[in-house]
Design a protein around this ligand. Sequence first.
Ligand code: XCC
Ligand code: SF4
Length: 632
Amino acid sequence: MDETTLSVDLATQELYVKARNDGSETLWDRKAALKNQCGFGEQGVCCRICTMGPCRVSPIPGKGVQKGICGATADVIASRHYARMVAGGSSAHSDHGRHIAHVLHMASRDGDYQIRDEKKLLNVAARWGVATEGKDIYQVAHDVAEAALNDFGKPFGSMVIPPSITKQRLKVWEDNDILPDAIDKEVVSIMHATHMGCTADAESMINLSMRTSLTDGWGGSYIGTEFSDIIFGTPMPREIEANMGVIEKNMVNIVLHGHEPSLSEMIVVAADDPELKALARGVGAEGINLVGICCTGNEVAMRHGIKIAGNFNQQELAIVTGAVEAMIVDVQCIFPSLANLAQCYHTKFITTSKLAKIKDAVHIEFDENNAYECAKGIIRKAVENYTNRKHEKVSIPTHKSTGMIGYSNQAIIGQLDRVVNSYTHKPGTFEPLAQCLVSGVLRGAAGVVGCNNPKVKGDHSHIEIIKKMLANDVIVVVTGCAAQAAAKAGLLSKDAVKYCGVGLQKVCELADIPPVLHMGSCVDNSRILELVGEVAKILGLDMSELPVVGAAPEWMSEKAVAIGTYVVSSGIDTFLGVVPPVTGSPEVTDILTNRLEDWVGAKFYFETDPAVAAEKMLARIEEKRAKIEALN
Ligand code: XCC
Ligand code: SF4
């Protein structure tokens, strides 16, 4: 395989060649070995929901087998499959949120987990109606955690809806009957609805999918983000480095990979322990070097400036450098292949969650009740492994970029306050941003999020779309692996204003920000929802009336389907660069890319060519500007 076709990232290309020379297998080799991937699966028309099947029906109406044994049509089969993807994705995010809520529940003044953002805690307390007066802050934390945990399974009523949601949007949800009940309940209900012999109507199935997805974006993910900020601190702007060049030749390298910050936060703290530092020197290393991959990487980068080694496509390649003593993983997006790959080098591949045990990995279950000691134990294993490094197998690419990270909404407001002087607006709000959108200095905003996928040349679509936005005065916010692609490409640097139109350039200079704002991990898409909701409220508009679009140019996971669905349900158009497995159903395709607009004021676009997608995103932004220009 020609490595230049796999990714635009040079470190990736270099390490792919090294892997090949080392005889190590990567995702691209396995993709090639699959030859033709299943066309029925790709179009969503293979059903194996009951054992009368599997039934695969024709993706072409009127031609070939049109129904499964029970009579389910392509529309039924594809819509059920879509709904199950939403359920899978929502459950991953929400279970993550629940886990963080449990960590908040165990926070204590003298424990391993403490309260870092009291202000946010008090804000959140108000949301759940938790009394705070005269209460110890840790009692408040305890009560808030309990209230949030109850939102997962409460028997009556809907989950608590964050205050950033506009009242118009709430009405849209009520009118469409998608205002969700309890978080877990919706996931269970949609699993029920997709059981053999239940929902057999694509419209109804997508409607239920939207309802379920909202428990993720405005529920589980939101809780994950807010509570992480409360416990670990709300991110503030700081500089980071990104790409494989952050792996250090003479240090003990530990890669943190996965999603939940509870363990990685402890690793960050424990890596500073004098005992471990001494141990590292004792084995001949200059120190301990923590680096991150995927969203756990984003979490610790946002809050501590831990360097980013790479994104989803690069998880195997980090090990291929031969210089990684340990890769520590928690949950989600972790290739099972890492276990065997690690054995080809000296790397210890350490799984830590009961929910993500992997055969042939070293499993050290993380115990939050003994978090610090547990983290120390894991680091010790890595340090001791340094002497096993096979120096002839080490080759670390030099590529790395620097950029700014840490743009929580609080951080963004902090930056906007600098603009206030120049425009005389209220400090402490998003008003300067809202006014820039109204005046047209910024034409709009785009959220570029999501994964890598070997169906797409790595990072290429992310970067191409982002650059197109910048050139047209559209400010960009990023999360997840898209954010890491942007970091590697230098787009998080303030120098990236060179790609911007004059309006965006001006805004970046005044606010002292880069034109692409890294807002965090994928659960932190809730920050984007909050931002859009708050700006809409300032302008008295619904979220669907803002010149704002979302894109997941290289998505691959069920979580991304859940995200796309809640983003659209929240009134924001979403551009997918990988076509979801629904095209075998004309009706589901029509609902997602067309009819949804009548329901919720936004829809999906399927567009695999990033240049075309960018054009359409810009066109949509201009179309939506009409409404806010009337405010001028
Ligand atoms: Fe996973 Fe979140 Fe996708 Fe990256 S972006 S591949 S889901 S790590 Ni969420
Ligand atoms: Fe086939 Fe219907 Fe069973 Fe699906 S639910 S496998 S279409 S019989």
